[in-house]
Ligand binder design. Structure first.
Ligand SMILES: Cc1ncc(COP(=O)(O)O)c(C=O)c1O
Length: 401
């Protein structure tokens, strides 16, 4: 049998800290490895497989579109991208859409749009305020936007034009707002930063501040958007309307797709000022349309709220049982459990050996981001496996005392 992991070590860049698992197949919330072993997947391709693996709605849309037209370029009109743009605009506060292939293309594009706005309306203001612990992607500019030194350090100097401030603090945003600032870009809930939910009122206060100063508010909803936190878009839970929103991850149901949407006043690109060869291609947009339509038609966001609340309640029971769990937090099906020390790798590896895939989002926190279609029964199964892993960690801890 081919040892794929050895071949990867030989041929692939040393970029990823992978788990010792080679996945070959997926269906719903389950995946199978190359040895035929089954796993319950609470990572969902990093919050991407919103309808689970190989959902028929996505598979059918991709299959049909692959037989019809895969790529044509933006030199021409193509129907799936127009249909998807209409669907997103008609179900949001935005007026226009642009499609790329990933989350980072969405955030990068949104920042370009804000800079253009600054040039037109704010005397050339170009800086964007972002938060510490945020994550906005891996291009050079977005590592600068991302308020985590570890992503910037290897590539110094990173492009200027970004000011990182404390998350969840209006005064930090206020202090950083100079005449050079054209926008504030925030995640409504920080995903990669460890699932950090801001206090009620934070986003409303920032919205009011942006309005007062005439600067734009960009919400990076690459992770929180498309149902993940229990509404089609995360902003809908916070009583605000941003000027620009970025989307990625779950929007294509597993197929690479990113987008940014903007209100008319912020839709300031002129022809030729932004573009993409593959962005908005018919194949990805057909997948995106099928995914978003399914989510809307089947009221998936409400299911996410209910199943997410159930997951949190079950995790709270584990917190009551294990004193080393110090926090359970999240919204919808973007949830994290925090430990009082760096237990994540141990717990995640133990769950893996019992057939559950989890994400160690921080050395001391694990993240749950299952398909939005996960059932209570599957949550129960995951909780059972996690409980056993935590019992093991607890015993080990007792042994060390
Ligand atoms: C909030 C947020 N923005 C942007 C990105 C970058 O997306 P991608 O990895 O698709 O480029 C991510 C990825 O985790 C994200 O969580």
């Amino acid at each position: 049998m081919t040892d794929w992991q050895e071949l990867e070590k030989k041929y692939f860049m040393r970029t990823f800290k992978r788990m010792p698992l080679t996945l070959v197949r997926g269906q719903g919330a389950r995946v199978w490895d190359d040895k035929g072993r089954e796993y319950l997947d609470f990572t969902a391709g990093w919050a991407v497989n919103s309808l689970g693996h190989c959902h028929p709605a996505v598979v059918n849309a991709v299959t049909e579109q692959a037989k019809t037209l895969i790529q044509a370029s933006n030199q021409f009109y193509t129907i799936p991208q127009i249909q998807l743009a209409q669907l997103l605009v008609e179900n949001s506060c935005f007026d226009r859409a642009f499609f790329g292939n990933s989350g980072v293309e969405a955030t990068e594009g949104a920042v370009k749009l804000a800079r253009k706005y600054g040039k037109l309306h704010l005397g050339g203001a170009y800086e964007v305020i972002t938060a510490f612990n945020s994550f906005h992607g891996r291009t050079l500019a977005m590592t600068a936007a991302t308020g985590q030194r570890k992503f910037q350090e290897p590539y110094q100097p990173v492009p200027d034009g970004f000011v990182n401030v404390d998350y969840d603090s209006l005064s930090a945003v206020e202090k950083a707002t100079t005449s050079r600032v054209c926008a504030v870009m925030l995640e409504p809930v920080q995903g990669e930063g460890g699932v950090n939910v801001p206090r009620d009122g934070y986003l409303k206060e920032v919205r009011a501040w942006c309005d007062e100063r005439g600067i734009l508010l960009i919400l990076d909803e690459v992770q929180t958007g498309i149902g993940r936190i229990g509404t089609l878009f995360g902003y809908q839970q916070f009583g605000i309307e941003p000027d620009i929103i970025t989307l990625g991850k779950g929007i294509g149901g597993g197929v690479p797709l990113g987008a940014f949407l903007a209100r008319e006043k912020a839709s300031v690109f002129a022809p030729g000022e932004h573009g993409s060869t593959f962005g908005g291609n018919p194949l990805a947009c057909a997948a995106g349309y099928a995914t978003v339509k399914f989510i809307l038609d089947n009221n998936i966001p409400e299911k996410v709220r209910l199943t997410g609340a159930y997951l949190v309640a079950e995790l709270e029971k584990l917190r009551a049982k294990y004193s080393f769990i110090v926090d359970v937090r999240g919204r919808g099906l973007l949830v994290a459990v925090q430990f009082d020390r760096d237990l994540s790798d141990k717990v995640v590896m133990s769950c893996l050996s019992s057939g559950l895939l989890l994400n160690p989002v921080k050395p001391n926190a694990i993240r749950f981001m299952p398909p939005l279609t996960i059932t209570r029964g599957e949550v129960d199964e995951a909780i059972g496996i996690l409980d056993a892993a935590l019992a093991g960690a607890s015993k080990e801890r007792e042994g060390q005392r």
